[in-house]
Ligand binder design. Structure first.
Ligand SMILES: [Zn+2]
Length: 261
């Protein structure tokens, strides 16, 4: 049985305070792997701690655009220190969010560029968050993203932008929003994107797939995203799970089957 890989879930979130150990154990058992991306220094440390508990659970460290205003002068060094842990497979999640604007846009851009530099220096891929900031993200990636590989998580841009990103070598990741009724644009992108450039994710505890939309999300529900992508691609669940898990391992330099405990 080929198990899907959830490339993006925030298991340190307070939504799991009551049953985190149970959700983590179930995810480690039911999935081929799981990546927990940080959003600031504290959650990055928590992500690394959780990743250390199971061989097939990994972490990314970084400042989310919401928290960009909190990144201080020496924090790159702190992230670099965390990234020495062998369970840290990426810098993330980083990027721009012009929907919520929790941090000033100029700060978001500066912090994003600093962390792209950190990723290049450490030789790690990046996990990118882009909400309503497609133009600026593309401009920054074209100028500052040279030599950095990565994934656009919960991809929500146009097919035109997707084509450019795919040409630049990036992967696109799809989550629960692929199953939503109003997902026509994302469905079109997923249909057009070659299967060998797609990752699956949940973004748990957010974006719970249909039919559980509105409830708390959990990594195991990546199976519903996998089933939806399989239907869109005319592939079996097994093949879809296998190819997307292999893509995840390729991007993040994870040795499939060899758990790095
Ligand atoms: Zn996220």
């Amino acid at each position: 049985m080929v198990k899907p890989f959830d490339s993006h879930a925030h298991l340190y979130d307070e939504a799991y305070d009551a049953d985190r150990a149970q959700v983590l154990a179930e995810s480690a058992r039911e999935l081929s792997g799981l990546i927990i991306p940080g959003a600031d220094l504290a959650s990055s440390h928590q992500a690394v701690e959780l990743a250390q508990m199971y061989g097939n659970v990994y972490a990314a460290v970084g400042f989310h655009p919401h928290e960009a205003r909190l990144m201080r002068e020496g924090d790159e060094d702190m992230l670099a220190e965390s990234a020495k842990d062998k369970k840290v497979v990426a810098i993330g999640e980083i990027g721009l969010d012009y929907y919520y604007d929790h941090s000033p846009r100029e700060t978001q851009k500066a912090v994003f560029i600093r962390q792209l530099g950190l990723a290049r220096q450490l030789g790690l891929p990046v996990v990118i968050h882009d909400r309503d900031a497609h133009g600026d993200i593309l401009a920054i990636m074209q100028k500052e993203g040279r030599g950095v590989s990565g994934v656009f998580h919960c991809y929500s841009g146009s097919w035109e932008m997707a084509e450019l990103l795919l040409k630049m070598g990036f992967y696109l990741s799809f989550g629960g929003s692929l199953t939503f009724k109003n997902a026509a644009k994302t469905v079109k992108v997923a249909q057009n994107t070659p299967i060998d450039r797609i990752l699956l994710e949940t973004d748990a505890p957010y974006l719970t797939p249909v039919p559980w939309r509105g409830r708390r999300n959990s990594p195991c529900l990546v199976k519903l995203v996998c089933a939806k992508l399989a239907a869109l691609k005319g592939l079996s669940f097994e093949e879809t799970a296998g190819v997307t898990a292999a893509n995840t391992c390729a991007l993040f330099n994870i040795l499939p089957g060899l758990e790095q405990g």
